[in-house]
Design a protein around this ligand. Structure first.
Ligand code: ATP
Ligand code: MG
Length: 592
């Protein structure tokens, strides 16, 4: 699919290409499954030229930022003859859940990637490494690289120092390896309450980098884990588990977001120590940071997205206004449009904002060439052709796709009563208005030319019907039809065969480009008009739309049959994106 998308070069590609041409990773062995060096040495040379990984924590649904990371990691593996591992970073027992695991796997597959390779499956769970992680921690303790600290959390914080002041050593820092080992085993055996002890790496309390000031690597937690149950009551910290998981899996390039740049010295320190212990062979995995995706008019934090779901401001994680992958999918985004977006925004080392219009345009660019065309009248007003005999119909047709004749045509009928858009008629035309008004002629697209003769009002003065007369020999595609020069060309659907459907007109979830600017609560920036439900009159072929069928409703935009609420014969359509950007890229969200 994304073969169609041009691949831009960037610093991570340059780095990988340099590593490959230098043969840096060529001598690595791979046992076919994760493990320490002695296991890998029993295997053949690694058939994967590079290994990357996508390592989400299963504590929520993935969002568009994760999609960027997925496209990057799986895309690099695909492009350079490597493998990308799907790894659940599930070392924190309390927030994690099987529901999230399943949704993450679905999202990755929907994006068109797979961890299932011909010879093996590269689906892993960091929780499967708990035994190794513990074994390595014991080695660190035995070799004076880690110790059990028994200070209270407050006392530990007080000695940690600040960005400008060095920290100070814990009174427990010089415990003997024997005492440390005994204590850590008691911790594991459940003999100490939560918070009474932590295991810390012994690095440097005076380091200018706070992450190197004896970071905690294990803590006591009496919590049930979604995969290991109550087997453990000590859990590793992210900064400890992550580099080791990478090394066990033979990862060559461990790509993460910029906020981890300050953690890289710790990443390297741990792997260096464990390489000393013979647990890992060189070259060790390298952490590479890139700028996270920040998207205007959106929030990309699982916690805040959860807030929207729990407060009922959206209907769920897959609400079509959510920037989650399930939300984008339900909205009508295609995997290809997301690949296209990820390629276009590129990869950089500096944080920046990407405008929502870039994502929307990627969808238009994709659907323009593929989506079937159809007619939908979103705000119906009746047009009566007074010189058309009642009960007679005229067959019309239109291409499924204007540039792809091989896709055939759609058939529908012209008749005496038609639905047109309310905005395609006015009694008092402003300058430059070429659609219907008394005395004016327009072409009814794929049908005939008509001349407006008048309209009817209800008691309140609202127009409820428009009248017109058809002009002879004016049917589209018949000889002489172009004798009529008209400037307006409007869409319509015959009343007797139109299908009434629900259409959901979605717009951006937030009114403001930066919903949290100035420390504001994003809830206050919600767009009150982000969803309007209407009843529309659509051409008959649309009654057969299947969930996730996508269309261009002529003159309106791209729509998708909702994947949850569409029933056989009763589609519900979501507006994925309008035909043109109506927000204006840099407008800062002005009202339209
Ligand atoms: P959140 O803070 O919303 O929970 P997270 O970064 O903690 O997100 P993880 O599950 O840890 O979520 O992320 C998995 C991977 O996705 C990480 O490698 C992370 O770097 C990447 N990722 C997360 N958010 C973004 C983003 N906005 N842009 C690019 N990559 C991202
Ligand atoms: Mg995280």
């Amino acid at each position: 699919m994304s073969e169609l998308v041009e691949r831009a070069s960037h610093f991570i590609r340059a780095r990988i290409e340099a590593d490959l041409s230098g043969g840096i990773h060529a001598q690595r062995h791979w046992a076919g499954r994760p493990g320490a060096a002695p296991l890998h040495r029993t295997g053949a040379l690694d058939p994967a030229r590079i290994r990357t990984r996508f390592p989400p924590e299963p504590n929520g649904y993935l969002h568009v930022g994760h999609a960027k990371s997925i496209c990057l990691n799986f895309g690099l593996a695909r492009d350079y003859g490597g493998r990308c591992h799907m790894r659940f970073d599930d070392t924190n027992p309390v927030k994690e859940d099987q529901e999230y695991v399943d949704s993450i796997l679905d999202a990755v597959r929907w994006l068109g990637f797979d961890w299932q390779n011909p010879s093996e499956s590269n689906l892993y769970y960091a929780s499967d490494y708990f035994d190794d992680l513990w074994r390595f921690a014991e080695w660190l303790v035995e070799h004076g690289y880690a110790y059990v600290d028994s200070q209270s959390a407050e006392a530990m914080r007080a000695l940690r120092g600040t960005l400008t002041e060095p920290g100070r050593n814990s009174p427990y820092r010089d415990r003997s390896p024997e005492d440390n080992l005994r204590l850590m085993r008691e911790m594991r055996a459940g003999q100490h309450p939560e918070g009474s002890h932590v295991l810390r790496a012994k690095i440097d309390m005076a380091s200018p980098n706070m992450n190197m000031r004896d970071p905690a690597i294990y803590r006591i937690r009496f919590a049930e884990h979604h995969r290991t149950g109550d087997r453990w009551c000590v859990y590793p910290m992210y900064d400890y588990a992550h580099p080791i998981s990478d090394a066990l899996e033979n990862i060559t390039h461990s790509i993460c977001t910029l906020e981890f740049a300050d953690h890289r010295p710790l990443y390297d320190w741990l792997l260096e120590r464990l390489a000393e212990g013979g647990f890992f062979d060189r070259p060790l995995p390298q952490q590479i940071e890139f700028a996270r995706l920040n998207l205007t008019y959106a929030i990309t934090s699982k916690r805040k997205l959860q807030e929207l779901v729990q407060s009922g401001r959206v209907v769920g994680w897959d609400d079509p206004r959510m920037p989650t992958i399930v939300g984008l999918r339900r909205r009508g985004y295609t995997p290809e449009s997301i690949h296209r977006f990820a390629e276009q925004i590129g990869v950089s080392k500096a944080d920046s904002w990407i405008d929502m219009s870039v994502l929307e345009q990627a969808l238009r660019d994709d659907l323009e060439t593929r989506a079937a065309r159809a007619v939908a009248v979103l705000d119906p007003l009746k047009l009566v052709i007074t010189n058309w005999p009642a009960g007679t119909r005229d067959a019309c047709s239109a291409p499924v796709h204007p540039q792809r004749a091989e896709r055939g045509s759609r058939r529908f009928h012209f008749g005496r009563e038609l639905w047109i858009e309310r905005e395609d008629f006015t009694e008092h035309p402003p300058k430059g208005y070429f659609r219907l008004f008394p005395g004016n002629r327009v072409r009814l697209r794929y049908g005939h030319v008509v001349e407006c003769t008048g309209c009817t009002h209800d008691a309140g003065g609202r127009v409820i019907e428009v009248q017109a007369q058809v002009l002879p020999d004016s049917k589209s595609g018949t000889p002489g039809a172009d004798q009529y020069k008209v400037k307006g060309n409007i869409h319509w659907v015959a009343v007797d065969e139109a299908v009434e459907v629900e259409v959901r007109l979605y717009d951006r979830l937030y009114r403001e480009a930066h919903p949290e600017a100035g420390g504001r609560n994003h809830i206050d920036a919600l767009n009150p008009d982000s969803l309007r439900r209407i009843r529309a009159q659509v051409e008959p072929s649309l009654a057969r739309a299947e969930p996730e069928d996508r269309f261009q409703f002529e003159r309106h935009g791209y729509f998708v049959a909702d994947r949850k609420d569409t029933q056989p014969g009763v589609p519900v359509f979501n507006r994925a994106v309008s035909l043109k950007d109506s927000w204006g890229a840099a407008s800062g969200g002005k009202a339209r």
